[in-house]
Design a protein around this ligand. Structure first.
Ligand code: SAM
Ligand code: CA
Length: 221
């Protein structure tokens, strides 16, 4: 049998965290606070946050877009990895959850890098395009409502520069995408998104089985 990605048992996952996770105290605290939220599982996994932060450092990201902020964990991972003059446009529609995010960004001393836009993300992305910001961003993270993934991706393909990176979360959708009996709307939306992206000539691709599945798409020149 040819080599394939390992199945991650609980024991192996604990080991992975034990030998690699370097989660700053402020992120640990945000995770503990979010754990009390009824939708806590929307937060990305800590090893995924660390992976995204590493990508941000490798790419030298100065300007980023985040679609789906929630209590701010992934935004904070990106902001901590960016230089002082870095800029993040964070999109969400929920002012209550993002109030927690803002408190933690401030406490981490990175709030000056982040502009929170409380509006449907499509509206914010369209505004950025109308403001002439096509090709202005180095990185985008897509993690909001799944039915709009295709629209978010198309906008991000314009907003991110050639060579820049778009990361899309939940592309394995708790494994449901591979269960053809599952026809829930979010499952179908992600399935269609994945199939379309597979044939998209605008980007180079890798689907990384970290967290709930993270596709990395590098915009071609
Ligand atoms: N990235 C976050 C983290 O690491 O904690 C998790 C984001 S959570 C999975 C998805 C977020 O998308 C929710 O906070 C929700 O309010 C937001 N959302 C849903 N529909 C949206 C829309 N149309 N525009 C912007 N945000 C939306
Ligand atoms: Ca997610």
């Amino acid at each position: 049998m040819s080599p394939r990605t390992l199945e991650l048992t609980d024991r192996l996952y604990d080991y992975l965290l034990a030998v690699s996770l370097r989660e700053p105290a402020i992120l640990q605290e945000l995770r503990a606070v979010t754990a009390r939220h009824s939708a806590a599982r929307m937060q990305i996994a800590p090893e995924q946050g660390q992976f995204i932060a590493l990508l941000v450092q490798l790419l030298g990201v100065q300007r980023a877009i985040e679609i789906g902020t929630f209590t701010g964990y992934s935004t904070l991972c990106v902001a901590l990895a960016m230089p002082e003059q870095g800029e993040i446009i964070a999109c969400d529609i929920n002012a209550n959850d993002t109030a927690i995010a803002q408190e933690f960004w401030q406490r981490a001393g990175v709030d000056h890098k982040i502009t929170l836009q409380i509006a449907p993300a499509l509206t914010t992305l369209n505004r950025l395009l109308a403001a002439g910001r096509a090709g202005d961003f180095d990185f985008a993270f897509i993690d909001a409502d799944k039915k709009n993934y295709t629209h978010y991706f198309d906008r991000c393909c314009e907003l991110v520069r050639p060579g820049g990176l778009i990361a899309i979360d939940n592309v394995l959708w708790y494994g449901r995408v591979a269960d053809l009996a599952n026809q829930e709307s979010a499952t179908e939306a992600i399935r269609e998104f994945n199939a379309r992206l597979h044939g998209d000539p605008r980007v180079d691709l890798s689907l990384v089985p970290i967290g709930d599945g993270l596709t990395l798409a590098r915009r071609r020149g």
